[in-house]
Every structure is written in C-alpha cells, then in structure tokens.
Design a protein around this ligand. Structure first.
Ligand SMILES: [Zn+2]
Length: 61
C-alpha cells in the first residue's frame, strides 16, 4: 500500500490518498494539484517531488 499526504508538499493541505499502486496514487495526486491547487501545468519537477513523498505503508491487519 502506498500513501501520499499533500501537506508534505503544500504546507497546510490536509488532502491525502492511499492505494495499492503507486501509479494510481500519482494519478490522484496530480488530479488534486490541478483541481484544488490550480496547477494547470504539472511539471516533471512536480512529479518528482510527489513521487519522492509517496510513502509505503503496512496494510491494515
Ligand atoms: Zn493539496
């Protein structure tokens, strides 16, 4: 399971997501940046910044 907290990149943002696939976490994170932070252009550096902040989490027992 992978998770991403937007607050690690955008201070004060409470949005977070988790999913089995890192690619899906990335997809949701990019969509969130577009919709909630008004980022029309998602740059490669932003993709890298998001990817580096995705954490691996243990599945709920
Ligand atoms: Zn956010």
């Amino acid at each position: 399971m992978k998770q991403y907290h937007c607050g690690t990149l955008v201070p004060g943002c409470d949005w977070h997501t988790r999913h089995e696939e890192e690619a899906e976490v990335m997809r949701r994170a990019v969509e969130h940046m577009r919709q909630d932070h008004g980022e029309d252009t998602i740059r490669e550096s932003m993709i890298d910044a998001i990817r580096s902040r995705i954490e691996k989490v243990r599945d709920a027992a």
